[in-house]
Design a binder for this molecule. Structure first.
Ligand code: C2E
Ligand code: MG
Ligand code: MG
Length: 648
């Protein structure tokens, strides 16, 4: 006699699984809907299986008519054979490969043909009884075409496994394993039942394999953010990796609450989460109402994403402006009036980003380059320069690491003219980086990035080495350049071993300390003051001189400047440019006089015209640097420039 407990247990487990899936917040998502259909179909199959077997046990002796018995068996066969194609649809949705299925006719055929065959076999059985029938004693007998059903199931087995192997890259290893196991697991079940028919384990094992999938593949805690109730950042990662791998075109809207951290501190965790929930509802209103294919994600720390396949550009423009208005501006919280500061970006994948990593680094940085309430959209009509500069910023870390590895930096030298001696006496060393894709990259941009990612120390060391080597070459060739000024970054200024490094390179190229001059900005001089003081005084004790760079751009702290061993003050171009403005002129005159009285020498930067040159001379500046004389030049051209000017 057949053991029915397996089917009974399968039904109970399936009911629990269906209930759990039903109460999930994301049950309406297509993948979950298809999984629900698989569960319901397996439940129906199990019920037909149990019912027909129970019917056999209880009524075989008394029954004379086989109609109801036929109904149960047809029900069983139709639903049993529907599971593999439904499962295949679920796989398609899970791997997000609909667009591939839509394009490939042979795939659609492979998908439909076996089940169409099953339907044909079962319908023909009504007339010909070639698949199965009940004999005169109402005993179930398999017909010769019965194995046609197995053949169809086997076709799904092969196509399913091939499909999973083909798209293995879009699934995490554990999920892939759980899905592949579905097939051998069911095969084993069929074999057990073929050899030991009283063990009615087929549906039970089938259910167990679905249980495995529901726990490993469809983990709700991974997919849905439990607090905000929309898809989580883990889901975003998985979905975007899939999109990039499959080259599926999507549009992405990113919204970042820029002052999220401050709001969290003021409001506390619960209220801040409540607010994020409110933002997510507004996002749903702005985006989903017009296009219910958009998928929403919460990427943590006040960042939201909406991903859609729609090609309608106006939709993105409207949605982003509605949404921007909703999440920007002041709001009342209890007695407090708070500001919500946010930035938005709309872009396309894969058109706008080559790969997943560069897209991720963009979404985590774009808002730091935007003003409050700013937005950057990369839709068709977008300004190319802006896009270019965002891409450059986005790729700067990669560019820097290759530049360091491949030694792609070069030093340029800008001549500095001495007013009193009427000749070029020194130069400023300025670093240059040329990238194949982006051309010359502004040092302001890459030095700031290098300070952030830590590569500045390696770059600084390269500059020291290269400048000392070049200065040694200049003095060997008797070029009348007495010293070269080189820029020290903030991070270098606070390096404990700065003195040792500088002395090491002076020694390496046999240079005197007076042959180099270190430029420090006011901001650098004011950070970690103790270390900077120590570095400057010990280097100056060894005879190295310092310049205060970019004078006039910060909040000058005269007492601090006086207390440090600066020898030169460099007036920034922003001041030089306004030399004819009466107020700036008065401030400059007064400051130059004051600085000279305390023994400093003055360099003016950014002198481009003769008028400015004369005005600077009149104010008593000692040195002039600027395009009026020369732009920064590569080493060879600089040597030619100085040689030509000392001959004339
Ligand atoms: P900075 O030290 O103030 O350098 C002067 C900048 O003004 C240079 O820009 C120079 O090319 C530019 N300049 C000089 N004369 C004129 C002029 O007449 N007109 C105009 N429009 N510009 C002029 P650059 O080379 O782009 O460097 C920008 C900044 O990047 C530098 O400002 C400095 O802070 C930093 N930097 C450059 N090289 C290095 C380096 O080797 N190490 C470090 N740490 N920073 C560097
Ligand atoms: Mg400088
Ligand atoms: Mg400067």
């Amino acid at each position: 006699m057949k053991i029915l407990y397996f089917d009974l247990s399968a039904i109970l487990v399936l009911i629990v699984m269906i209930a759990l899936l039903f109460q999930r917040k994301d049950r309406s998502n297509l993948t979950n809907k298809l999984l629900m259909m698989v569960y319901l179909n397996v439940l129906a199959t199990t019920i037909f299986d149990l019912w027909s077997e129970a019917y056999n046990i209880w009524f075989l002796a008394t029954e004379t008519d086989s109609t109801f018995r036929y109904f149960l068996y047809y029900g069983y066969f139709f639903s049993r054979n529907l599971t593999p194609p439904l499962f295949q649809l679920y796989l398609c949705s899970l791997t997000d490969t609909w667009h591939i299925l839509k394009k490939k006719k042979w795939m659609q055929l492979l998908f439909i043909a076996p089940y169409a065959m099953v339907c044909l076999l079962l319908c023909s059985n009504i007339f010909f009884h070639e698949v199965f029938y009940f004999d005169a004693d109402l005993i179930y007998i398999r017909g010769p075409l019965f194995y046609g059903l197995h053949l169809c199931a086997f076709m799904y087995f092969l196509s399913g496994i091939t499909f999973l192997i083909r798209f293995r890259k879009v699934l995490a290893a554990d999920k892939l394993t759980a899905l592949i196991c579905f097939y051998p697991w069911n095969l084993i079940a069929i074999l057990i039942q073929a050899f030991v028919p009283e063990f009615l384990v087929e549906m039970f094992l089938n259910t167990m394999s679905l249980l495995l999938i529901s726990n490993i593949v469809q983990r709700p805690e991974e997919v849905i953010n439990p607090i905000i109730g929309i898809r989580s950042h883990i889901a975003y990662t998985a979905d975007m990796k899939k999109s990039f791998y499959l080259k599926k075109p999507v549009h992405i809207l990113i919204a970042k609450i820029v002052n999220y951290e401050s709001l969290l501190t003021i409001l506390g965790n619960d209220a801040c989460n409540g607010m994020m929930k409110h933002v997510s509802d507004q996002m749903k209103d702005a985006l989903i109402r017009k296009n219910n294919t958009a998928e929403l994600y919460y990427l943590e720390n006040g960042m939201f994403a909406a991903v859609s396949e729609s090609e309608d550009m106006q939709y993105y423009r409207d949605a982003s402006s509605t949404f921007a208005n909703a999440i920007y501006g002041s709001f009342q919280y209890g007695k407090l009036e708070l500001e919500m500061d946010s930035c938005l970006s709309v872009f396309r994948c894969p058109q706008d980003f080559d790969n997943y990593d560069s897209m991720m680094s963009f979404i985590h940085s774009f808002y730091s380059y935007l003003p409050s309430g700013g937005n950057v959209t990369f839709l068709e009509d977008e300004n190319d320069n802006r896009k270019f500069s965002f891409h450059l910023r986005n790729e700067i870390d990669r560019i820097l690491s290759t530049a360091i590895a491949e030694k792609k930096f070069e030093m340029y030298y800008q001549p500095i003219y001495s007013v009193t001696e009427n000749r070029f006496k020194s130069a400023e060393a300025l670093i240059r980086l040329k990238d194949e894709k982006y051309g010359f990259i502004s040092p302001q941009l890459f030095i700031a990035a290098a300070e952030k990612n830590g590569t500045i120390l390696q770059i600084g060391e390269y500059v020291l080495d290269e400048v000392c080597r070049f200065m040694a070459e200049c003095s060997k060739n008797r070029l009348p350049i007495e010293y070269i000024e080189l820029n020290l970054s903030m991070k270098q200024c606070v390096q404990m071993d700065l003195k040792d490094k500088v002395l090491y390179y002076l020694d390496k190229y046999d240079l005197k300390p007076e042959q180099i001059n270190l430029e420090i900005t006011e901001t650098a001089a004011n950070t970690s003051q103790d270390v900077v003081d120590h570095n400057m005084s010990s280097l100056s004790d060894h005879g190295v001189s310092f310049s205060l760079d970019d004078f006039g751009t910060g909040y000058s702290n005269i007492s601090r400047i006086i207390s440090l061993p600066f020898h030169i003050v460099k007036i920034d171009k922003s001041m030089t440019d306004k030399v004819f403005d009466p107020k700036i002129n008065a401030v400059l005159k007064y400051n130059i006089q004051l600085l000279k009285e305390i023994g400093m020498e003055i360099v003016v930067e950014g002198v481009e015209t003769e008028d400015v040159l004369n005005a600077c001379k009149d104010m008593g500046c000692d040195y002039i640097q600027g395009y009026y004389f020369s732009k920064p030049l590569p080493q060879q051209q600089f040597v030619q420039f100085i040689t030509a000017h000392c001959a004339s």
